[in-house]
Design a protein around this ligand. Structure first.
Ligand SMILES: *Cc1c(COP(=O)(O)O)cnc(C)c1O
Length: 391
């Protein structure tokens, strides 16, 4: 018998809010309603489909302009962008890099691609991202700053960088996190893969750290099919980012000379063409996603057992993936709710498996992760495509 947790009512509300027109509702679908065909056709007609072409440059200019970053360097995907961002932040083999345990696996993988060690940190309920106060206290307990370098006293390894992730498009508390980084001489690199269109105190996410990574995977707020970008304000780092992502080839009309082991990480023109058309529609996508979030907030207000997650104070979120949190006492009903919604044709899913529960990362150094465990245990993502509300 259902008593105060009204599972059927929640399913019904979701169906009425987003499922009226469709048999089944996806979690996040791309919308191609602009110049996609025109720009992609231009690539085919002119033969410029690969890693050189006018759309790549244009896409980078549009990204820099929209985010306010000094420079944007397009890459094949967000993971590759984060990999290069971490290398340019000075992450070296044997270093430790602080990341939230609640993130997509790419954050941890990019650290390991640098032969560094992910060091797992807890999240806070207000932002669903890194908890700066808890990190401060933890570093106070386990770290020491020695000659401008932060050392983990337990492992003897340098802690080099902090990589916050703006979960589902909700900005972390950047003011506090920057203060912690300053105090412990850590480099801030933002995993802004989910937060294109999200602002913290009026400034775009991804422009607070020394570098940041964006993603344009098929399920992100705008897509290039697959793609990513590095953001930075530093002209030298921007130049190096371009160099490293283009096989570290020295400019020459015919000679192939490379001055280090670079990467073939450049975004193809074909994908950038799609990206240009998508970025033109970003303001419209953001508007629709905000209206969808407003709808959800309204329909779930007063429904017992669940809370619709709203953007943190001081932040303007893109509402990339909407979040419904079950009350603590109904955490054990999460899987029932996932099963019932998916069976009803409304796609939902839980948060990613926490990094410290994945086999390859369960030995990583970590702090107490109880808040992430609590939140991940009662969080579900609900349908969030821009086309779920009218234009
Ligand atoms: C999407 C995403 C990435 C990058 O993903 P790609 O598929 O490589 O573009 C990185 N971190 C997070 C948190 C993401 O959600």
């Amino acid at each position: 018998m259902e008593t105060s947790f009204e599972l059927e009512r929640i399913v019904q509300i979701l169906k009425e809010t987003v499922g009226r027109k469709q048999e089944s509702v996806a979690l996040h679908e791309p919308v191609f309603a602009g110049n996609e065909w025109v720009y992609v056709k231009e690539c085919l007609d002119t033969g410029w489909v690969s890693s050189v072409g006018r759309f790549v440059d244009r896409f980078e200019r549009m990204l820099a302009e929209y985010t306010g970053a000094g420079y944007a360097i397009a890459a094949v995907n967000g993971t590759a962008a984060l990999h290069v961002a971490l290398l340019l932040a000075g992450v070296k083999p044997g270093d430790e890099v602080i990341i939230p345990t609640m993130t997509f696996v790419a954050t941890a993988n990019a650290v390991v691609y640098c032969n560094a060690v992910p060091h797992l940190a807890d999240i806070e309920p207000e932002t669903l991202g890194l908890d700066p106060d808890k990190l401060d206290q933890y570093l106070h307990d386990i770290a020491v700053v020695n000659r401008e370098e932060c050392l983990n006293r337990l492992t003897g390894r340098p802690i080099r960088a902090v990589v916050p992730m703006h979960s589902f498009g909700h900005p972390v508390n950047l003011d506090k996190l920057l203060a912690v980084c300053e105090k412990y001489r850590l480099v801030l690199v933002e995993d802004a893969a989910e937060s294109l269109g999200s602002f913290y105190k009026g400034k775009h996410t991804g422009t607070f750290g020394k570098l940041a990574a964006l993603s344009f995977n098929g399920n992100k707020i705008v897509t290039t099919g697959g793609g990513g970008a590095i953001l930075t304000n530093d002209p030298e780092l921007a130049k190096l980012a371009k160099h490293l992502t283009t096989t570290a080839k020295l400019p020459h009309s015919w000679e192939y000379v490379h001055d280090r082991t670079g990467f073939n990480y450049r975004l193809p023109n074909l994908n950038a063409a799609l990206g240009c058309a998508q970025l033109e529609q970003l303001p419209a996508f953001l508007d629709r996603k905000r209206r969808l979030a407003d709808n959800y907030r309204a329909v779930f207000a007063g429904v017992p057992g669940v809370t619709f997650f709203t953007e943190p104070e001081g932040a303007r979120s893109n509402y990339w993936l909407n979040v419904l949190l079950l009350d603590e006492k109904y955490a054990d009903r999460r899987d029932d709710l996932l099963a019932a919604t998916n069976a009803a044709g409304v796609m939902t899913r839980p948060a990613w498996t926490l990094m410290h529960r994945l086999e390859m990362y369960n030995q990583c150094p970590r702090m107490d992760l109880s808040s992430a465990e609590d939140i991940a245990g009662r969080l579900i993502n609900i349908p969030s495509s821009a086309n779920l509300v009218d234009k």
